[in-house]
Design a protein around this ligand. Sequence first.
Ligand code: HEC
Ligand code: HEC
Ligand code: HEC
Ligand code: HEC
Ligand code: HEC
Ligand code: HEC
Length: 291
Amino acid sequence: MGSRMSRTIIAAAVLVIALAAPVAAYGQGVQPSVSPTAPYELDFTLPTESKSGCQVCHGDPALVRIRDGVIMSYYIDDAVVAGSAHADQQCVGCHIDFNYKAPHGDGDWATTAKGACRNCHDEQSVAFGLGVHRATVSNGGSDAAEPKPLCGDCHGSHEILMITDNPAGAEAIHTDGWEVCGRCHEDYWDSYNDYYHGAAYKRGAEDAPSCWDCHGWHDILPSSDRGSMVHESHLVETCGQEGCHFGVDEKYTEYAVFIHGREEISAANPLVSLIRSVLDAVGGLFGGGDA
Ligand code: HEC
Ligand code: HEC
Ligand code: HEC
Ligand code: HEC
Ligand code: HEC
Ligand code: HEC
């Protein structure tokens, strides 16, 4: 009995320390409107389903809860949302499973939100349904890390920027290749390392191609598929696209195998290593690749 009591007291003390920290970190003196442990209720006199209804609670920088012993912030910054492509959308546009209860976080709400994009973005959903990342295609023995990406895995959530006619948004996604592709295709990320393309891209050269400049984005197919942008029958087009290479012909595209700098290829073929080192040296001479 005695030992259980002292454990409770220790647990209570830990909790007090835990609760003091988030208020200091998030609140700068602001008290949480909803206590991190107390039950809370949705106020149905508010237009709960509207963004402002959600933001009564989620607009509070001090909105924190303890989940599985970890302190979590549930604060959604109005300024971030206002600067995003979805400034005019309702929260429940993506959080379509919002259950009008408190607590309302039951179920796999994050997966739901990452896929709810389909309800508004028809064209992209159709394209996605043709590509290798669509959920219905089984993992054809590729070495990619499971699982396949949902819309929100590549794009994020509240901070999604306009890409079309918005240089800042286009630039932001362009530089995000690790998050968007690399983290799941680590071997191809690592091997994307040749002087003109991969090395320049990783250095931050604005005009160096991102993964999707060659592979496409929503309707990506394996290079063995005739529909793939990197199938041999499309390489002339893909390498010759605007802003890339001028006067591309079939001969030129033979170099495509070097893009992912497969070490085995160069190791097995001394002539290839020579060509590569010459290309690298010439590139170095002209400082090629940088914007
Ligand atoms: C464009 C779709 C979209 C809109 C609009 C949206 N959310 Fe989210 N939200 C998401 C996704 C996707 C996640 C899951 C993120 C993750 O798990 O990586 C998320 C996560 C959350 C979380 C969990 C904490 C966090 O930051 O990850 C809260 C709380 C939340 N959203 C509230 C809101 C509120 C409030 C609004 C309206 C102001 C809103 N959301 C609008 C897509 C959206
Ligand atoms: C009365 C306050 C309140 C209102 C209003 C409110 N929420 Fe929440 N919400 C919370 C709290 C507190 C949490 C933290 C997790 C928990 O305790 O359920 C949360 C968690 C969430 C989460 C994450 C769920 C999870 O399991 O981590 C999402 C998404 C979310 N809210 C969306 C919304 C949306 C969308 C609206 C408006 C339609 C909204 N909330 C309105 C208080 C509120
Ligand atoms: C594998 C990562 C990935 C997934 C998954 C993904 N996208 Fe994209 N999406 C991109 C990239 C990369 C771009 C930007 C291409 C560019 O213009 O440079 C993009 C562009 C967009 C655009 C801007 C217009 C356009 O078509 O180029 C919209 C809208 C969009 N995606 C919505 C979606 C939706 C909806 C889904 C889910 C059905 C989705 N995306 C899934 C990577 C992804
Ligand atoms: C309720 C409808 C709705 C939902 C749900 C929604 N979007 Fe959007 N999204 C829009 C609208 C409308 C725009 C265009 C805003 C504009 O043109 O000013 C947009 C713009 C975008 C853009 C920029 C498009 C461009 O051409 O630059 C991207 C990327 C995007 N959304 C991705 C997503 C992703 C990813 C999700 C899911 C996490 C999602 N959207 C969920 C309505 C929605
Ligand atoms: C969340 C993880 C994830 C992300 C992010 C992701 N992929 Fe994938 N990708 C996969 C999985 C899993 C497969 C396996 C599908 C199969 O083999 O049927 C795959 C398959 C592929 C294939 C076909 C591979 C083959 O051997 O046939 C290509 C090409 C590809 N992805 C390119 C990309 C590109 C380019 C991006 C970024 C725009 C990207 N992926 C983002 C998980 C991801
Ligand atoms: C300059 C064009 C180009 C860029 C940029 C590029 N790739 Fe590739 N990728 C190719 C070509 C060509 C192939 C087929 C030949 C090979 O396997 O080397 C390929 C093959 C692949 C494969 C094997 C599956 C298949 O379709 O054969 C994956 C996975 C892949 N790339 C992922 C990526 C990722 C991830 C990035 C970004 C880090 C990226 N690629 C950047 C041209 C490119």
